[in-house]
Structures are given as C-alpha cells and as structure tokens.
Design a protein around this ligand. Structure first.
Ligand SMILES: Cc1ncc(COP(=O)(O)O)c(C=O)c1O
Length: 371
C-alpha cells in the first residue's frame, strides 16, 4: 500500500490556505516598522481577550514565560509548593522551580489523561500556594473539582491552556476559571504564530497591570524608562501578532475540523482489540490538539506507522516525575501508577485540519493490522 507521507502536523497546508492575507499582514508590519509592541500587538491582545471571554490579554514572548510571569506576580516563590500534573511539557514545571518554589506532581486520570483531583487533594500541604491545571492534548481538566479544592484550601488556580485554545468545560471557555491562564502560540499549536509567541488572560485588573509591567522589564504603564520593579523581557513582536490576527477568525473552524478528524479516527478504531481511543470528558468541548491512543502493542504500531511514512509521537516519552531533571523529587512508578502505565501505551497520531479522510483510512489500516 503506497500513500503520501503524513506529517504529525502540516503547517504549510495551513499557510497555503491563508497565503494572501498572511503575506499582506507581514508586509504591512514591515512597511510600518512595527516590530515590537505597537498597534498589531495591541489589536491581537484585544481580539484574543474577546475570543476567550477574558477582560485582559497580556501578550508575551512564549507560553513558558507566560506561566513564569503569572507565578511571579502572584508572589509565588521560595518556601511555596505548586501542584500540577505528571503529564505535561516541562514548561509547566521548570518555571515553578525558576520562581523559587517546589514542584509537586500528582498522577493523572485514567480516562482523560489530565490532573486527577483526588491525587491533588492528597498532595496539598500548608506550603501549597497554587495548582496549575493543564488542559493537556486539548481536553479540559476537571475544573469543578479543582476549583473546589482551591477554594477550600485558599489556593491560586492557574490554567495552562497551551494545548487547548477555545476548548470548553461545561459550556464555559477554559482559561476563565482560574486567576489567570496562559497560552502558547508556538507554530504547531491550534493557534500558532510563525515563531515563538505567548499570552496570558485574566479578569483581575490589578494582576493584569503587574504582569504587563513585569513582562516589559518592570516599566511603568506611562513611561518605558520608569521601572517600578525588576522584570523580564517577554514581548510579542508585531509580525507574530499580525499572523495571529489573520488566523484567529479561523480557529473555531479549525477546532471543529479537528473534532471531526478525531471522531473519524475513533469511529474507525472503536472496536479494535488492543486499542483504547480517547474519551471526551462529558459536557466538554475537546479541541484535539493531539489525538492520543493507548495501545497494547504500542511500539509495534509506532514502528509500522513510521515505516509507512506516517509521523507519530508520544505525549510524553518520559513523564515529568521520571525525568532526570526531577530525580531529586524522588517519585517512583509505584507511587504514580497511572502515568507509569500510560507511558508504555500512549501514541499520538497525525491530526490537523487539512488531513484528509483518505489519510485517516491509511493510518487506521496500519494501526489495525499491527494492534
Ligand atoms: C502544556 C504546555 N505548556 C506550556 C508550553 C510552553 O509553550 P512555549 O513553547 O510557547 O514556551 C507548552 C508548549 O509546548 C505546552 O505544551
């Protein structure tokens, strides 16, 4: 069986679908020399706040820095603990350490692959200051339970929405539950720029002002040279903002198509022995940044797909608690049994709005033949 190579994501196909608008937007930024901050950045911030239903959007250089900015401006630092999921990209946790606090990792839910609220509750100590809920793979975390834990223990709830732009939990946009939420606009994300880019949303005006200042070297709102604190340099540039403004109006359609693709995979694979298709949390709108199967014969399926020119990956090959970087935290596989098992079973298949049904048929046949 021959077929074209199928990438994990196809950024070029998306560019071709918007080429005239993207090229014109980038040319305008260059013509206006509006490289850093300026009208394109302000416009995107307003548009993204509107799209997410938040009062404030603070753009920044990337999704990693976004979490760092939130942590620092919530005053989280030495002596504090921050609980988050065992399954995320290291951005979620490295900034906790950089802020001076201690990372605490909880196991994940077997069905939904996100932070398990029971494990979070068990990990709360008098030093806990915040929970970072990651809406991993595009699936909303269990917000009712996590909000309840935060309320009872007086903790900040931060949402890492890097993989879940415009996902909904029980009819409400993710990113609007916690005190602040962070986004990555890395090129491969559901809403991706043409380089690094990130943003923070919040409804807390005082926090928004502090975060905006901190991200720009601590400058006061009125004068760039009047530093009210030491900060960091984390700015979105004009070209990225202009690209994001062209793409944002298409995001809902792209997410809808991702859901269709996911449903297409799930329908084709639903009764295949040895294959567990992803479940959608009831009442939620998953945006399928990633379509992750769990497979009895994961390595055999992965090798067969790769041999046929189908790119796959694992989110993530080594979960956070088992990384060399976190050896000092002392987690064991026995202590985190769900993520330890998922690590052996996970496989992420190609998903992007432009993938065709013929591509899906091709991928599915290989999965079926090797499961
Ligand atoms: C869950 C999660 N959080 C944070 C980030 C960090 O985003 P960035 O790459 O823009 O720094 C990513 C990016 O991969 C991510 O997947």
């Amino acid at each position: 069986m021959t077929h074209r190579k199928i990438p994990l994501v196809d950024l070029h196909a998306q560019y071709l679908s918007l080429k005239p608008e993207i090229d014109a937007a980038m040319a305008t930024v260059i013509k206006d020399s509006a490289y850093i901050r300026g009208p394109f950045v302000e416009r995107f911030e307003k548009e993204f706040a509107t799209a997410t239903g938040a009062q404030h959007c603070i753009s920044c250089a990337d999704g990693t820095g976004a979490i760092y900015i939130v942590l620092r401006q919530l005053g989280i630092g030495p002596g504090d603990e921050v609980i988050t999921t065992s399954n995320s990209w290291i951005s979620t946790t490295e900034v906790v350490t950089q802020a001076g606090a201690r990372v605490v990792l909880a196991d994940v839910e077997d069905d939904f692959y996100n932070l398990d609220p029971d494990k979070v509750e068990a990990a709360v100590t008098p030093r806990t200051k915040a929970i970072i809920a990651v809406h991993l793979l595009g699936q909303p975390a269990e917000m009712d339970r996590l909000m309840d834990i935060c309320r009872r223990h007086n903790l900040h709830l931060i949402e890492d929405c890097a993989q879940a732009h415009l996902a909904e939990y029980k009819g409400r946009q993710i990113g609007t539950f916690g005190v602040a939420a962070t986004f990555s606009f890395y090129p491969g994300k559901n809403l991706g720029a043409y380089g690094d880019a990130g943003g923070i949303i919040t409804n807390d005006s005082a926090l928004a002002g502090r975060m905006r200042s901190f991200a720009r070297h601590g400058s006061s709102p009125v004068s760039k040279h009047d530093h009210i604190m030491e900060g960091v340099n984390s700015r979105l540039d004009g070209i990225q903002a202009a690209v994001l403004s062209v793409k944002l109006p298409h995001l809902r359609d792209w997410n809808r198509r991702r859901r269709e693709v996911a449903a297409g995979y799930t329908e084709r694979l639903k009764d295949v022995p040895g294959v567990i298709t992803p479940k959608i949390r009831p009442g939620c709108e998953h945006v399928f940044h990633v379509y992750a199967l769990r497979l009895q014969n994961r390595d055999r399926v992965r090798d067969a797909l790769n041999a046929a020119g189908v790119s796959t990956t694992v989110h993530y090959p080594t979960p956070l608690p088992f990384l060399e970087a976190y050896k000092y935290l002392g987690y064991t596989r026995e202590g985190l049994p769900v993520i330890a098992r998922h690590q052996q079973e996970n496989l992420s298949l190609p998903i992007y709005p432009e993938i065709t049904d013929t591509d899906l048929d091709f991928v599915v046949e290989i999965v079926k033949a090797n499961s």
